[in-house]
Design a protein around this ligand. Structure first.
Ligand code: CP
Length: 307
């Protein structure tokens, strides 16, 4: 397999590369049961997290992952940096380049910023979410979680529910599930389902119709109010009634033994009700745990040009 410097999206990954990351993450996860959870492959390397948007799990997950492969970690906090004095992304990167970081993990509200940064640094760049574009490590950790649950994913059905239009998670998760042979259905308000969606995404118009398709897993997307300039549905209450995993729908899902995923952060009472959080087939906590193992595998895999 060709060495790769950056991880910017799922679309450009080969099946072999995806399989490599998923396979490598397995032994890293086994470490989590040991008293010493650290291994040495990135000893002497520096990982910089550069988040221009808020994050709870991705940022802390990368920090823990980097430390578990023995890298040193610096968290660049945009709010207390010279960015607030008007420093551009590229000037920030030049400054950080001078500090000889080996890996830069970046999240930005604008699609394409991680790509642009990758062309200006010898460090490996990992996209931790850029605008509506991509969130590749989220998709890799979801694929790892689905593999752990189902084994071979070929022919398994996943229903992605919610704001497909504004969701980098939906795009990346859809792409990885398709590459791994899954069937993909989408359900959400008409205004939030892109007309130009990939052919492999089958559109459903109602929850009843989608559940009648008998999905093996339901992937609930967060309603991203911060990304909507226009109002795409009447109210959060309406959204919950029509597209939320309500108590009534949850009973049906529970009866079928369908697995439930959500990338977080969860909006309780919008995408799902409280019952879903305690359902034994809800994979949300496994997704978070697996995120660390998968990100360890990603950092282990990428080859910066700083050597
Ligand atoms: N899933 C996800 O990206 O969560 P954060 O926004 O908390 O990082």
């Amino acid at each position: 397999m060709e060495p790769r410097k950056d991880l910017l999206d799922i679309a450009s990954l080969s099946l072999e590369e995806i399989e490599f990351v998923l396979k490598t993450a397995g032994p890293f996860k086994e470490l989590f049961t040991k008293s010493i959870k650290k291994v040495p492959p990135l000893r002497g390397k520096t990982v910089l997290t550069l988040f221009y948007e808020p994050s709870t799990r991705t940022r802390s997950s990368f920090e823990i992952a980097a430390k578990r492969v023995s890298a040193d970690v610096t968290n660049f906090t945009v709010g207390s940096s010279s960015v607030v004095k008007g420093e551009s992304v590229l000037d920030t990167i030049d400054t950080l380049q001078a500090m000889k970081c080996d890996y830069v993990v970046v999240r930005h509200a604008a699609a394409g910023v991680p790509n642009m940064i990758s062309k200006h640094t010898k460090a490996s760049v990992v996209n931790a979410g850029d605008g509506f574009h991509a969130h590749p490590t989220q998709a890799l950790l979801d694929a790892f979680t689905l593999r752990e649950t189902f084994g071979d994913l070929a022919g398994k059905k996943i229903l992605i529910v919610g704001d497909i239009l504004h969701s980098r998670v939906a795009r990346s998760v859809g792409q990885i599930c398709e590459k791994l042979g899954m069937e993909i259905g989408v359900l959400g308000p008409g205004s939030l389902i892109p007309q130009a969606r990939p052919k492999f995404m089958r559109k459903f118009y109602t929850y009843d119709e989608a559940l009648g398709w008998k999905p093996d897993a339901i992937y609930l997307l967060r309603v991203q109010l911060e990304r909507q300039n226009d109002q795409f549905f009447p109210s959060l209450n309406e959204y919950h009634k029509i597209y939320g995993l309500t108590e009534e729908r949850f009973r049906q899902v529970e009866g079928e033994g369908t697995w439930v995923l959500h990338p977080g952060p969860v909006n309780r009472g919008v995408e799902l009700g409280d019952d879903v959080m305690t359902y034994e087939r809800t994979l949300i906590n496994q997704q978070v745990e697996n995120g660390i193992a998968v990100r360890m595998a990603v950092l282990y895999w990428l080859q910066p040009e700083t050597n």
